[in-house]
Design a protein around this ligand. Structure first.
Ligand SMILES: [Zn+2]
Length: 207
């Protein structure tokens, strides 16, 4: 799933929680992806391009079920008992879990049970059907906005960001070679998307 719709998930968590600010919730839904960015920079995880398509290939540390649950429990413990912010602990932990739960629907079969087990791997593979991917993410973004009862600027930000993702979803063939020549480009692109989506959702979700 693309950055803007992971960010939109934080709207579901924010709803009816006046005491919880949106920024930590935005971080919770993308903390898994931030690990992916860092692990790609460090060469611990990697992607590939083959047959004119981008494949995420190897992301067992950031995106496995085990690491996702572990990260969720650790963050719950830290927020609940060390930072002592009880209202934030549960929604933050759910936000962490939401990332891989949503990615399983869209990814190819690349999400492992744990970093140490090559099988089983999960991924419904919606990413292989770019237009379906676009429509489902677009509708999901609108659903999050509607559930949150956001303003029109928030809706516009979600819709425009989704439309801007369409060329990326459709990217194929030699246009992807640049990511092989410059391996840091893809994680940097994803990182920028995360930061911009945080900024837009945080800015426009204030009532
Ligand atoms: Zn992800």
């Amino acid at each position: 799933m693309y950055a803007i719709n992971h960010a939109a998930t934080s709207l579901l968590l924010k709803k009816d929680r006046q005491a919880v600010p949106i920024l930590p919730l935005l971080i919770s839904t993308q903390v898994v992806e931030l690990f992916w960015v860092v692990f790609n920079y460090l060469g611990i995880e990697h992607f590939s391009v083959s047959n004119g398509k981008l494949h995420l290939d190897f992301l067992p540390y950031s995106h496995s079920i085990f690491s996702s649950v572990l990260l969720s429990l650790i963050s719950y413990g830290i927020i609940r008992w060390i930072i002592r912010n009880k209202p934030l602990a549960l929604p933050f932990a759910l936000g962490v879990l939401s990332h891989v739960a949503l990615d399983i629907l869209f990814h190819e079969k690349d999400i492992q049970l744990s970093p140490f087990s090559q099988t089983p791997v999960w991924g419904l593979g919606i990413i292989s059907f770019p237009f379906l991917n676009f429509v489902l993410e677009f509708l999901y973004g609108i659903f999050c906005w509607w559930y949150f009862k956001g303003n029109t600027r928030l809706l516009a930000a979600i819709l425009i960001f989704n439309v801007l993702d369409l060329p990326v979803m459709l990217a194929s063939g030699e246009s992807l070679d640049i990511f092989i020549v410059h391996p840091a480009l893809l994680p940097t692109f994803i990182l920028l998307q995360i930061l911009i989506s945080w900024y837009l959702v945080a800015k426009f979700s204030r009532t």
